[in-house]
Design a protein around this ligand. Structure first.
Ligand code: SF4
Length: 249
């Protein structure tokens, strides 16, 4: 099937989302809550809205959730989309005024300050939920959405240090607005109010993760914990192969 995005013909399969098709064809659509590591879109930030024209009928859809089922024409940056995207960004900026990334996007899209939007002072989180989804996809589920309305937030149960968090830092890495605080020195990592010991590679001394993270990986693969970094593990594997098959490395 062929659809047109910003005038460019794009080949696609039925059911693929518009965002996937656009990205594959090098067409930029801004997103906050989408991450390639997560199979499904969330449609939480709404920044990826686009305008579609289906047999003369125009509508605005959220591209990360919209499955293509007919030969539509798409505009990613029409006047209407530009106007609505600026409004969405203004709302996100008032929800998370401390996020440097959102401020950068606001400058790029020339978003005006809208006085009637009440700012949530000191906030960086836009409540997209990507962090909780990432944690759940690791089958940990240490964080989730709590409260409602303006007090809605992502937290561990009761805001206490979580008994199940392994300190992997995936939630902080995937957060699009830098809202999750992770501090680290050579020996420890602190996240969600809990401090973890860091483990170093037995051969080169590089940090390879928290003790809980390594033990959990070992438990899932039904192996003993491996205290080597990726590079040293590859070297060890190469040496085993060389010894086994008698060639030099
Ligand atoms: S650091 Fe904790 S809360 Fe964050 S993804 Fe890892 S296990 Fe989940």
């Amino acid at each position: 099937m062929i659809i047109k995005i910003d005038g460019k013909e794009c080949i696609c399969e039925k059911g693929e989302t518009l965002l996937t098709i656009a990205r594959r064809n090098g067409i930029f659509i801004p997103t906050l809550c989408h991450h390639d590591s997560q199979e499904e879109g969330m449609g939480a930030c709404r920044l990826c809205i686009v305008e579609i024209n289906e047999r003369g009928r125009k509508s605005v859809v959220v591209s990360c959730l919209y499955p293509v089922n007919s030969e539509i024409e798409v505009e990613t940056n029409s006047e209407k989309i530009g106007r609505e995207r600026r409004m969405i960004l203004a709302l996100l900026a008032s929800r998370a005024p401390e996020s440097a990334y959102i401020q950068k996007m606001c400058r790029f899209y020339k978003v005006p300050q809208i006085e009637r939007f009440i700012k949530v002072d000191g906030e960086k989180c836009v409540m997209c939920g990507l962090c909780a989804k990432a944690c759940a996809s690791l089958s940990v589920g240490a964080i989730s959405t709590v409260n409602r309305g303006i007090t809605k937030m992502i937290s561990t149960p009761y805001g206490d240090p979580s008994s199940v968090c392994i300190g992997c830092g995936s939630c902080a890495k995937i957060c699009p607005t830098g809202a999750i605080e992770l501090t680290e020195d050579d020996q420890t990592r602190t996240i969600w109010g809990k401090t973890f010991d860091l483990v170093h590679c037995e051969r080169c001394g590089a940090v390879i993760g928290t003790r809980q993270q390594i033990e959990e990986a070992a438990r899932r693969s039904d192996n003993e914990p491996d205290y080597l970094c990726d590079d040293c593990r590859k070297e060890r594997m190469a040496k085993v192969m060389a010894d086994t098959y008698g060639f030099d490395i």
